[in-house]
Design a protein around this ligand. Structure first.
Ligand code: DLL
Length: 432
């Protein structure tokens, strides 16, 4: 039995009944305890006492990141401060951070959600969970940590950074599960190789629980090849909890949403109307159990789709597809919409190219110019300019075939693209 199997296999009618009961409660709690929600519900005449079906929540207004910023720090809390036991914040690259609060129950629910995903990966009491997501205000470290504790595994709070030490501890503690961003997992693997180790032999890893950033199927395959383990995608965001909102099972075919804790909608990016299952749109999340900072219809800006079929693993919680990226990650290059992950898909399929890349956007004469910086693998025998030029041409053609735009290719010296300990910086925008 994996962790909370009985919940992840719940009969769908019962699950939806539970969702409805929790949804009604959440809407009322928000209305009664958070002035922001009282005002915003009243503005559109949404009466939380009349919610009768799950669809009724569509009458409620959205909550945006800006609403959260405007309410910084405690404006969206539904409980008195003495009931708040933990705080996390998003990094807030564009200014004020968003805050998420947790009561004791919220922390347990969070651990449960992450632990389910660890269970999907076969993790149990005999495992050693090595957590090198950052600890601190970022939700990655502690979210994975609470999950590790909930499944009863030995949990190592490494946090991110000091890669050589990570490698030593992975070896000496016999870690079996690696929790970090996919780009940091790649950096650990590459560093181990540079140290003369074969990560497949040096480590005893069975699985990696990787998320917090988009990564292509090819990147995943390259990681699995290097580390000799299986990669499971994990999705989450600070505003609604942190990692564990949705996690992948061993079918590697989409992420099961913890539907007893979250109600999801996928909406057309422009009309904000729901799209049919199977179609891509923006993920909107309503929390169903969060006590300290519940959220109604949070616009995640993440693009995904609800996978229409039931998963072959037998779990009844619906799956969302792996994320392409965020609406705000999408680059418009000469009128064509491009996600960094589409570029990653193409370049990581070239065996000569290292798994590090960066896209630089600039503007020349009013036109957008995209340049893809890549490194060649240090052990790949390309020492002639002629061969490098041929590689550049092949890559440029492959990108053109895939994306219908011309992207400049710049081969840079090994190790010049910044390695990440957390989320990788894939796009550098030098336009005004
Ligand atoms: O990244 C929480 C997290 C930590 C998730 C560890 C998974 C593992 P934030 O820093 O608030 O929280 O960033 C949330 O990251 O809206 C997505 O755009 C992106 N993201 C998270 N997970 C994935 C994923 C954490 N599996 C934002 N694939 C989200 C693609 C992801 N993007």
């Amino acid at each position: 039995m994996a962790y909370q199997d009985e919940i992840t296999h719940m009969n769908r009618d019962e699950l939806e009944e539970l969702q409805l009961e929790r949804l009604k409660q959440t809407a009322i709690t928000c209305y009664e305890n958070i002035p922001f929600y009282k005002e915003s519900f009243d503005k559109v005449a949404f009466d939380p006492y009349t919610v009768e079906t799950l669809e009724d929540i569509r009458k409620a207004p959205f909550t945006t990141k800006q609403d959260m910023r405007d309410s910084y720090p405690y404006g969206l809390f539904a409980v008195p401060r003495e009931d708040v036991k933990e705080i996390h914040m998003s990094s807030g690259t564009t200014g004020i951070a968003t805050v998420s609060g947790y009561t004791e129950n919220d922390i347990h629910a969070w651990g449960d959600c992450f632990a389910r995903g660890l269970g999907y990966a076969g993790t149990g009491k005999d495992d050693v969970v090595h957590v090198c997501y950052g600890y601190g205000l970022f939700t990655g470290g502690l979210g994975a940590h609470y999950g590790g504790l909930a499944v009863g595994a030995e949990t190592i709070p490494m946090s991110a950074g000091n890669t050589k030490r990570q490698i030593k501890v992975l070896q000496s503690m016999g870690s079996t599960v690696l929790c970090c961003t996919p780009s940091y997992a790649m950096h650990i693997a590459d560093t181990a190789i540079e140290m003369g180790l074969d990560p497949k032999k040096a480590f005893t890893l069975k699985s990696g629980i990787h998320g917090a950033e988009a990564f292509s199927d090819q990147f995943r395959e390259n990681l699995e090849d290097k580390l000799g383990y299986k990669v499971f995608d994990v999705y989450g965001l600070t505003e609604v909890m942190g990692p564990g909102v949705a996690m992948e099972c061993d079918r590697q075919a989409g992420l099961h949403v913890a539907e007893d804790h979250f109600f999801i909608e996928v909406l057309d990016v422009e009309t904000h109307e729901p799209v049919p299952d199977g179609e891509w749109g923006e993920l909107v999340i309503t929390t169903l159990t969060k006590e300290a900072s519940p959220v109604i219809r949070y616009r995640t800006r993440d693009i995904t789709r609800i996978m229409p079929e039931t998963c072959a693993c037998g779990r009844t919680h619906r799956r969302i597809d792996r994320l392409h990226g965020r609406t705000d990650d999408m680059m418009i290059i000469r009128g064509v919409n491009v996600f960094p992950s589409q570029i990653e898909d193409v370049c990581t399929a070239f065996p000569e190219i290292a798994d590090w890349y960066q896209i630089e956007l600039s503007r020349e004469g009013g036109l957008d110019i995209a340049t893809l910086k890549i490194e060649i693998k240090p052990d790949f025998p390309i020492d002639e300019i002629r061969k490098i030029e041929a590689l550049q041409k092949r890559l440029q053609q492959a990108l053109k075939d895939e994306l219908a735009i011309k992207i400049g290719i710049k081969v840079v010296e090994p190790h010049t693209i910044q390695r990440s300990e957390g989320k990788a910086v894939r796009v550098v925008d030098l336009r005004d």
